[in-house]
Write a protein that binds this ligand. Structure first.
Ligand SMILES: *Cc1c(COP(=O)(O)O)cnc(C)c1O
Length: 401
């Protein structure tokens, strides 16, 4: 059994630094190993399992749909796709939706839409996409060029042209970078992989104004921040701006791979039949589940719960940072996308590992940040479990110094 396991494991291409743990079951906010140890999941499969594991509504929807219809292709109408499109468009105050299967694909499509829109406006030269330092937009060749971190690009050949980077949060630099070639600005309202960095006050409004002034589109990459993660359905709502294009994925399917791009009608109309496509995108199986996710997010009080629980967590984290200033640099993020920015003496990987020893799962982000992205259904008592474990970890580490 042992040899076989390691032979199987060796067949996996080593693109991930994996933790030697595997789970056989999920229940609410817990993941359970084969030897029946429960881990409190504060990583949510990287901001995916918004409704926790095996949410009864999603299980029911998925099993019903599995017995009915899985896939038909976009050669035919898909009623659940039309319904989800309508709901997402309404919620974003936009008009058209394109469905795909992942965040990188959603961002790729967003860039195509922005360029095609400018092209149809007779602004053929407007092709450049402005992105932010610390941004993460995915791993396709195109999105590698949109992603700021050069480590992700090493050895993958020439960068795709047409992407430029400016310092995240710096309006002067952004305005100075906009020119007659700029098609769109692509921005995460809160940078996820970059370290739970929330856009500073006024930045997104200023960005929107600058974009309007120069005929530039705003693409909100809400792949991680969308679907209730930050306490509103989309993070841009809390910043009081209206994007032209919104990219979604991660939380949208609650664990079923699905991505979406929501755009204004004139942008959608600039696309047209044959301009873009996806074999799997928006198939009946994914659409049924994503509609159920939206059903739950739109239930009375759901988002209020996210706001309350995240402010409960944040209050605790801020207190912790005051208690251990030599270990904690800052508390970052918004809603249930929180980051503990650590001082250099404490590696986020070590904190994450210490928490794992206490059966709590978290994930690192950006520059030495521990990211806390639990299912949105997490309760106060589960947050208490996390907080108590954090206190013990910081107390232990402070004795080491
Ligand atoms: C995860 C992520 C992506 C990439 O999504 P994939 O589904 O892994 O392709 C893009 N943008 C943001 C903000 C993300 O957090």
């Amino acid at each position: 059994m042992e040899t076989q396991n390691s032979e199987y494991q060796a067949a996996i291409m080593p693109t991930y630094g994996r933790i030697d743990l595997s789970f056989v079951r999920g229940e609410g906010c817990y993941l359970i190993t084969d030897d029946n140890i429960s881990y409190l999941d504060c990583a949510s499969g990287i901001a995916v399992n918004t409704l926790g594991h095996c949410h009864p509504k999603l299980v029911e929807t998925l099993s019903n749909q599995a017995h009915t219809l899985w896939h038909t292709s976009n050669l035919y109408r898909i009623p659940d796709q039309e319904r989800l499109a309508f709901r997402l468009a309404q919620a974003c105050k936009l008009d058209h939706v394109f469905f795909c299967n992942s965040g990188a694909e959603a961002n790729e499509a967003s860039v195509k839409m922005a360029r095609r829109f400018q092209y149809r406006q007779n602004k053929q030269d407007k092709t450049t996409i402005l992105c932010a330092s610390g941004a993460f937009h995915g791993r396709t060749l195109g999105m590698l060029s949109a992603t700021a971190n050069p480590a992700y690009r090493e050895g993958f050949g020439p960068s795709v042209a047409g992407f430029e980077h400016v310092a995240f949060g710096n309006l002067n630099e952004l305005r100075a970078a906009i020119n007659e070639k700029t098609a769109a600005i692509m921005i995460e309202p809160v940078q996820g992989e970059g370290g739970a960095n929330a856009a500073p006050d006024g930045y997104l409004q200023g960005l929107r104004e600058a974009a309007d002034e120069f005929g530039v589109l705003v693409i909100a990459d809400e792949v991680q921040t969308g679907m209730g993660r930050t306490g509103s359905l989309f993070a841009f709502q809390q910043y009081g701006i209206q994007p032209d294009i919104v990219a979604l994925a991660k939380g949208l399917g609650g664990g079923i791979p699905v991505g979406a791009v929501v755009a204004r009608a004139d942008i959608g109309n600039a696309m047209g039949p044959g301009s873009h496509g996806s074999t799997f995108g928006g198939n009946p199986l994914a659409m049924a589940v994503a509609n159920s996710v939206v059903d739950v997010l739109q239930e009375d009080g759901f988002l209020q719960h996210v706001q309350e629980i995240s402010s409960y967590l944040n209050t605790y984290l801020v207190k912790l940072s005051e208690q251990y200033p030599s270990l904690i640099k800052e508390i970052k993020g918004l809603g249930l996308l929180r980051g503990i920015g650590l001082q250099e003496c404490f590696a986020a990987a070590d904190l994450s590992s210490a928490l794992r020893d206490k059966h709590i799962l978290t994930v690192q982000a950006g520059l030495n940040t521990l990211r806390i992205i639990p299912p949105l259904i997490i309760t106060k008592s589960e947050i208490d479990i996390l907080c108590n474990a954090l206190t013990i970890c910081f107390e232990e580490k402070s004795h080491e110094l």
